[in-house]
Write a protein that binds this ligand. Structure first.
Ligand code: ATP
Length: 349
């Protein structure tokens, strides 16, 4: 396996669209990094430049210490798994998995050995004589993974590989991929617009917007300490609540108030996760009206309108005790909430 380094990668398409705008990123040897961000932020373009399917305008791609920026895909030792699996319909599962080896003129006995090994890892040994049309979506995905594994590449690239699967199979495949990563000790770069996928699978998550990496950190660090308002908004579901106000002394003052370590500043955005809004009648609670209660089983989401007109969402454990139309109090849990400068969204706390 090998580390991947992207150095000041830029991709400007004909017509002037900047798909990737100066991205520098390292995926350590054997590490699992996810690129996450909204549609069009440049994720796929990065993967394609790493795979050699797209030529960067400038910058470098380095795999295992070797610069490969201008090498053809076949010379890079990279395996890419796509969203649509791209299996050959007329070949059996066995032939599909062995295909990359056959192309490389690998010996028959070696092909058979590696196919059997990959099939065992992914528990698809019983499906080897079937055609892709005779498989479920989850099984096809595993065949596509097995086909990537047989090559024993220096680096795995995944482009939204789970998005065609239904919710249950997706959750299972997510867990399988994490286990596979551990077993293979492989270096993996995974692209997704689904933050849950990124957060649950990767050791490090790079959040992208408009061709740039906004922040890269381990999942929980990203969730707990977003460095910009944009990252705070992109990570977490339901989205983080935001309220405009100002900080004076040790307090944020706006539609809700709370203590903060931010320096005094006008035009501040307070961002509070739904689980850090507390419902009740404490003296510092702000009056609010319940717009909607959504019971989810282990927790409930309570949508509230503050007197200011701002709408916020609170996450409460179990079943909510309030009902639609109730007047309640809401406050920020002690020590929670992030303050950002309203103009450029940089962190103040
Ligand atoms: P999605 O999640 O929708 O796949 P993405 O984050 O992978 O999005 P990219 O496909 O990398 O985004 O595209 C990044 C930007 O570059 C977009 O604005 C896109 O329209 C533009 N783009 C991509 N390919 C080309 C191309 N061949 N020519 C011109 N512009 C392109």
């Amino acid at each position: 396996m090998a580390a991947l380094e992207l150095r000041h990668l830029i991709k400007r398409f004909a017509g002037g669209v900047v798909g990737v705008d100066d991205v520098t990123l390292t995926v350590g040897d054997g590490a699992f990094t996810a690129l996450v961000g909204p549609s069009g932020c440049g994720k796929t373009t990065i993967l394609r430049m790493v795979a050699g399917l797209e030529e960067p305008t400038s910058g470098a791609v380095v795999i295992g210490g070797r610069e490969v920026t201008h090498l053809p895909p076949a010379a890079r030792d990279v395996a890419m798994v796509f969203q649509n699996y791209a299996l050959y319909p007329h070949l059996t599962v066995r032939e599909n998995i062995g295909f990359p080896l056959k192309v490389r003129k690998t010996q028959g006995a070696e092909v058979a050995r590696r196919v059997a090994h990959a099939a065992e890892l992914l528990e698809i040994g019983a499906l080897l004589d079937r055609k892709p049309a005779q498989l479920s979506g989850g099984q096809r995905q595993r065949v596509a993974l097995a086909r990537a594994i047989v090559r024993e590449p220096a680096l795995f690239l995944f482009d939204e590989p789970l998005s065609n699967l239904d919710a249950q199979v997706r959750a299972q495949t997510r867990a399988e991929l994490v286990a596979l990563h551990r077993r293979l000790g492989a270096t993996m770069l995974f692209v997704t617009h689904d933050q849950v996928e990124a957060m649950t699978m990767a050791q490090s998550v790079a959040v992208m917007a408009q061709g740039r990496v906004l922040q890269e950190a381990p999942p929980m660090a990203l969730y707990r300490e977003p460095q910009t308002l944009a990252v705070a908004r992109l990570i977490g579901s339901p989205s983080i609540n935001t309220l405009v106000g100002r900080t004076t002394g040790e307090r944020f003052e706006g539609a809700l108030t709370c203590t903060t370590t931010a320096a005094p500043h006008g035009d501040v955005v307070l961002a509070v996760r739904p689980e850090h809004l507390v419902l009740g009648t404490a003296i510092d609670a702000a009056p609010a009206t319940v717009l909607l209660v959504e019971p989810l089983g282990p927790e409930s989401l309570v949508r509230l309108r503050l007197r200011s007109g701002d709408v916020v969402v609170a996450r409460v454990a179990g079943e909510a005790t309030c009902r639609m139309g109730d007047d309640v109090g809401v406050r920020v849990a002690a020590g929670e909430g992030h303050c950002f400068r309203a103009g450029d969204g940089t962190r103040l706390t």
